[in-house]
Design a protein around this ligand. Structure first.
Ligand SMILES: O=C(O)CCC(=O)C(=O)O
Length: 484
């Protein structure tokens, strides 16, 4: 998509207009904006990890630090990193220069206005879905790695020190990310170089999003950033020391992060959750805004190379711990989802759990890829599926093709949709059949007549082409589907 689906309104302009009421588009449903709850004392804050001496060439990773990291990543998916070696001066100046940028006249910033093609530049929304509810923030997004994507001309030329400062900051934080990759690998019990290798060696990606959250006249009705998990490898965040706002999910509660002076907040993102086979958690987080103070944060997303398939590390798998994410997909494929839909909690990474390899249940065995797979639907995937069917106008209109398109779940195939139909008989959606009998217990071919004739043709075509491609069963399929 070349352009945003609706004209862009800068949140900063809305804030500065002095309006007492935020536009309808920013009002979140009550379930999304429940206040952070008080949680027991001991779980009140994300762990703090001190890696003093990291910048020293001779730094050795102590077992204690590795244990602290693995506990933090398993339990919280977040930690604060102190004594990390990045110069305090560089951190402060980078933050300052970006604050100045957001306070430039609007026409200076609009020069860098971004589009959904690569997001680089000045932006005010993430997803491209028309009529989506929006977040109360503007941002600037830029690429740091791979080097060939770093385009200084796309970075603001004002304030004059911004490009130099951002480059310096980026280089220092990327260096820290190299250590973090080693630390995360070792705290998973893997070789020091495992993550780096799995993420594409020297071709890792890194990008920076500077988020600006203007004052909001009705902060209780909206969010600065909706709940989401980060799609890439991990994130190194320089939060606003003076204005809290970041909240991390802990069970059913939201815990407010209190950034320590000079600390970075590190969080595991979806690709490391996959690589660790779910041991390290990519945890949902969101941002609250307030009426008195603006807030600025700088998130550096460290990502795998776009075209390397990411899957659980073999060494972490066993018969007791089978692969939760057996379909290795690339980060590029994964990112498509976010670009389409914007930020949606843990929707996408949970969807990848849908399938486990198992040969026991013949009924649900599907072909495709290497070997045969048995489908297992998690509650999360069921929820996505149900939402997709609803979005498509209910069971009468939903077709497997439409469902696949709407869900945009990487790795999901028609075979999974078919499996769902078989396993759950779509009892929640499919209206009772004409004779009034429930669909429960019926075969797939018996369910199809409950769809409209147009949908039936589409379902048949979609299933047929998939099965032909995957299983080479043309003849059989012709017989079983086309006479419905
Ligand atoms: O502003 C913050 O504290 C968090 C930013 C964030 O979560 C993001 O940019 O993905």
């Amino acid at each position: 998509m070349q352009e945003w689906p609706e004209p862009i309104v800068r949140v900063q302009s809305l804030s500065e207009s002095g309006t007492g009421n935020i536009p309808e588009r920013f009002i979140k449903p009550p379930s999304e904006r429940e206040a952070a709850q008080l949680v027991p004392e001991m779980t009140k804050s994300i762990p703090v990890i001190d890696v003093g001496g990291l910048a020293n060439e001779k730094y050795t990773y102590s077992e204690e630090t590795m244990r602290a990291i693995s506990n933090a990543c398993e339990e919280w998916g977040f930690f604060q990193l102190v004594n990390h070696g990045v110069s305090k001066d560089v951190m402060e100046k980078a933050r300052e220069v970006w604050r100045e940028f957001f306070h430039l006249p609007m026409e200076e910033k609009e020069v860098y206005s971004n589009s959904p093609t690569n997001y680089e530049g000045y932006g005010s929304r993430v997803g491209v879905e028309k009529d989506a509810t929006l977040d109360w923030s503007d941002y600037f997004f830029l690429h740091l790695l791979p080097e060939n994507q770093r385009n200084y001309n796309e970075w603001p030329n004002l304030p004059t020190s911004l490009r130099k400062m951002t480059e310096k900051y980026g280089n220092e934080v990327v260096k820290l990310c190299m250590f973090l990759m080693e630390m995360l690998s070792m705290s998973l019990g893997l070789d020091k170089g495992y993550i780096r290798e799995a993420f594409g060696g020297d071709d890792n990606g890194a990008c920076l999003r500077v988020c600006f959250y203007p004052k909001c006249p009705q902060p209780d009705l909206t969010l600065g950033l909706s709940a989401h998990s980060d799609p890439g490898g991990f994130t190194v965040l320089l939060a606003d020391e003076n204005v809290p706002g970041l909240e991390v999910r802990k069970g059913d509660s939201w815990v407010t992060v209190q950034p320590l002076p000079g600390a970075f907040i590190v969080n595991i993102a979806d690709q490391i959750q996959v690589l660790s086979n779910g041991t390290f958690k990519s945890v949902e987080h969101r941002v609250q805004v307030n009426s008195r103070k603006e807030r600025l944060s700088m998130a550096l997303f460290f990502n795998p190379k776009g075209d390397v398939p990411i899957g659980p590390a073999e060494q972490l798998l066993s018969p007791e711990k089978p692969a939760l994410y057996p379909h290795n997909i690339t980060f590029n494929q994964y990112r498509q989802f976010i670009r389409q839909k914007g930020l949606h909690g843990k929707y996408q990474v949970e969807s990848l759990k849908a399938i486990v390899t198992d040969m026991e249940d013949d009924d649900a065995v599907m072909g495709g890829g290497s070997g045969k797979k048995r489908m297992r639907w998690t509650p999360e995937l069921r929820e996505c599926f149900e939402r997709a069917v609803d979005q498509l106008g209910g069971p009468d209109r939903a077709t497997p093709k439409g469902i696949l398109k709407t869900m945009s779940v990487p790795g999901l195939t028609i075979a999974h949709v078919k499996s769902y139909l078989q396993k759950y008989r779509m009892s929640k959606f499919i209206p009772e059949s004409s004779d009034g009998g429930k669909l429960e217990g019926r075969k797939f071919s018996e369910i199809l007549p409950n769809f409209s004739s147009t949908s039936r043709v589409q379902i048949t075509e979609a299933l047929q082409s998939h099965m032909e491609g995957q299983l080479g069963l043309e003849d059989q399929l012709e017989a079983s589907f086309l006479d419905i």
